[in-house]
Design a protein around this ligand. Sequence first.
Ligand SMILES: C[S@@+](CC[C@H](N)C(=O)[O-])C[C@H]1O[C@@H](n2cnc3c(N)ncnc32)[C@H](O)[C@@H]1O
Length: 370
Amino acid sequence: MSELTINRVPESTNNSLRAWSAADELLISFLNEKDPESVIIYNDSFGYLATHSAPRTIYFASDLKSQEKSALENFETNKIDSPCLHPTSLLKKADKKAKLGLMKIPKSLGLFEMFLSHSAQNMYKTGTLACGFMTRNFTKQMLEIAGEYFEVVEQSLSKKKARLLILSKPKNVDKKTFLNTIPFENEEIKQYFGVFSSNHIDYATQFLIENLEPEEEVNSVLDLACGNGILAKEVQKQFPDAEYHLVDDSQLAIESAKLNLKGDKVHFYHNNNLEDIASNSVDYIVSNPPFHVEYEIDISLPLRLFRAAEKKLKPEGKFQVVANTHLNYKPHLEKIFKMVKVVFDNDKFIVYSCFNAYPDKDKRWNEDAI
Ligand SMILES: C[S@@+](CC[C@H](N)C(=O)[O-])C[C@H]1O[C@@H](n2cnc3c(N)ncnc32)[C@H](O)[C@@H]1O
């Protein structure tokens, strides 16, 4: 269908992963049939929808910085001027209402609900929202949630195993805060719908918390892919005076972390890389890194973050990371860091400590000492 070139940005080492699906193609056919002047787009993974919607005015409502960057890079590849693309926060009103909306239904139904609520408020009453999905990912709950926000919920015929939900007549619904509260260690952790692990602290994260082993002196901490900020929050209990940096691709994650961590020395970055963090500046990095892009496993994502983490660590710093055992990160980590130590493992999870230099600078490294 496409004569445009659409790439995954950042690219993946797994060549079988594509930048769009049959669901995106159906959405663009729907757009071309209606041919509106402006469109609001939700959850456009790699910019396929935006690039095909240009030069119309595009309200690009995405939670992820990576999606925005991907769309802009694909605009550039295809020599499309980017002023037609207006990044639009899910937590704010769009600049103008749209008659047509396109959405790739996200894996998280919580996020789906936030998108629906935003679109119901930011589309004309006569507007239509088309939501694309692969039929294998369909659940009945999608219809139920859609029905909470739109009077009319219809389904298209399936094409290449993809279908559309076509929603019209947005309802006037009471404003919701879309915040979950998770009890953890006598505290309440808050997070917006759609943020990782919606109703409990993830078990891998809990294993990392139990096995945190910061060195004695910690002045600067990075929570890499912070989600609700729980890892930084735990370290902060031990080092209240340290400087904290929390980075996440998701705006909703960053806004959640802001609710959970306070202080002049806490800094938040909505970004999908570590360009905001100075090189050789961090004593202690903690992470439960991502390895999924929606339904797909993509190992190049955590490996890119590990390489970036290595550059930000001080020579005597430590990086602690938890992973599902089956992902077998050890050989990858050993290519990036001077030393990698397993501090905990069971049949599900493994916690690694990674160093750029020997833990004790005065001693020669002795493997038996691990
Ligand atoms: C497994 S979750 C961990 C969240 C949190 N640290 C916890 O333990 O609950 C991974 C997080 O990585 C974020 N993420 C995905 N890709 C990213 C990237 N390229 N850069 C930064 N964060 C990313 C996701 O938004 C998600 O919040």
